[in-house]
Design a protein around this ligand. Structure first.
Ligand SMILES: O=C[C@H](O)COP(=O)(O)O
Length: 167
């Protein structure tokens, strides 16, 4: 249905689906495969909650979500990863650029280890309170290959300003 409406990339695994609809990694992986069958690119969201972050579990959570949510056969052309810390979504809070660099670097390592050259090229988006005032700094971080924008996309001027800050 989404592909029929013209969508070329479809988000799966958003934290609201994981938390409010009980969607686990196995279902998210199946949904990503369904996206491929519709001829579209899957954008798979991963991210830790505030409690998980406070407990020092961020990398373990992300490792598990990557292992469980990304199907075999993922390539740089058919799959995009979106790192969205749950505590940053819609809150106005963001990780520091240094934190984002460390976490995106970790995601890149995991992707490259599993998907080799495709993992090295796969796009990794950052999402969570991206706005005009922080977009350029976040988009300049190594291994940040774009933004997943929520609230700020509802204001054309803000969205345009963010787009101008993207590489
Ligand atoms: O669905 C949108 C993303 O989760 C990011 O939302 P946000 O930019 O409003 O924090």
């Amino acid at each position: 249905m989404l592909a029929d409406a013209g969508a070329t990339a479809i988000i799966v695994g958003h934290s609201e689906r994981r938390a409010d609809h009980g969607e686990g990694d196995a279902l998210i992986r199946q949904k990503a495969e369904a996206v491929w069958r519709a001829g579209a690119t899957a954008i798979v969201c991963i991210g830790e909650t505030q409690a998980q972050r406070d407990a020092g579990q961020t990398l373990d959570i992300l490792r598990g979500q990557l292992a469980g949510s990304l199907p075999e056969g993922s390539t740089a052309a058919n799959l995009i990863v979106a790192y969205e810390p749950v505590w940053a979504i819609g809150t106005g809070l963001t990780p520091t650029a240094k934190d984002v660099e460390q976490i995106h670097g970790f995601i890149r390592e995991v992707l490259t280890s599993r998907f080799k050259t495709d993992g090295a090229k796969m796009r990794i988006l950052y999402g969570g309170s991206v706005k005009p005032s922080n977009a350029a700094e976040l988009m300049a971080v190594k291994n940040v290959n774009g933004a997943l924008v929520g609230g700020a996309s509802l204001k054309a001027a803000d969205f345009l300003a963010i787009a101008k800050g993207c590489p």
